[in-house]
Design a protein around this ligand. Sequence first.
Ligand code: DSN
Length: 414
Amino acid sequence: MDELERVDPELFNLIKQEETYQIESVRLIPSENYVSRAVLQATGSILANKYSEGYPGRRYYEGQQFIDQIETIVIERAKRLFGAEHVNVQPYSGTPANLAVYTALLKPGDGLMGLALPHGGHLSHGWNVSLSGNFWRPIHYTVDRETHRIDYEQVRRLAKSERPRMIITGATAYPRQFDFKIFGEIAREVGAYLLADISHIAGLIVAGVHPDPVPYADVVMTTTHKTLRGPRGAMILCRKEIAPQIDKAVFPGIQGGPHNHTTAAIGVALKEASSPEFKNYGCQVVRNAKALADELLARGFQLVSGGTDNHLIVIDLTNKQVIGRKAAQALDRAGIVCNYNTIPYDPRKPFSPSGIRLGTPAVTSRGMKEQEMRQIGAWIDKVIARIDDETVIARIAGEVREFSRQFPAPGLIQ
Ligand code: DSN
């Protein structure tokens, strides 16, 4: 990045500092990852210079001979990898992609039913502070108070009484698997579309360690930068019959020109995700999450739903008498990066909730395994137990730095 350093040393230095931070910390935010150098190179390529409104073979600008080929390759890779009939690779990210799906298939005021935000759902699934909760009629199902799992009978009852036009399955903080088959049955019983938002778990589905929604959902949406390990972007997968509506909603409905550098980088990530190594990666993500969960349970932590069967863990810190925000801040000072999070039926407010959320996609990309998860669990325990002891936290920060440097992160030069 020598030219960047020469032209803009201020931003160069901040990027370098962030790079060092990414190398020297244990990154447990479940939606983050490390992309490969190949993905970084496509993202930073000259494709950033282009405008190409429209779709391959149907553009509003000339000069698309290479862009059309690139986008077509990426679409075909996504169709093959997920077994989808149609794929749109242009959404800028997950929320615009979800808005495009709603715009394509719903009328204003139609019922939109998703998992409530405090129970692990996403803002764009109809929460009131999002456009999705105002433009369409929000309906929310919750998790069971005891098991913290989706109660499919409650979903069915609610769907029958509220008659949503679309049901969404998917979450940002749900540590268990989704039963897409039951969701599909419920959607059909009430004449609703089923949207599966697999942003968090796309890489696990590709690896075969989470059930696949494609046979059951009308539309599948995923971001491309979480367990799928691509650039910041999104894709919409759907059946052929609704493809024209979906495409029209993305462009010209919601967006202008696609970000071609991102499209190409998504293609690189899809190629990488088609490899046997990626399957091993996905399996290890889940094994690592289970190992971390077991270590935390053994150390007296309470986990939402009692554990995990995917890539993420939500800790309820109530019994440790530490609030989530303070815990996440202290862990960050120790070099362990996570986020504070609500727990189901949280008596506290979202800006200062009772829990923290952890995930293993990024640490697994660095080659860490079960043994390292046990070490990370021990550090988390120590930080929470000595939350006001800056000497202990500084000592752990030194250990974490040294430890992290032993695990090269894809895409970063160490
Ligand atoms: N912000 C993402 C997450 O952290 O789960 C979802 O959009």
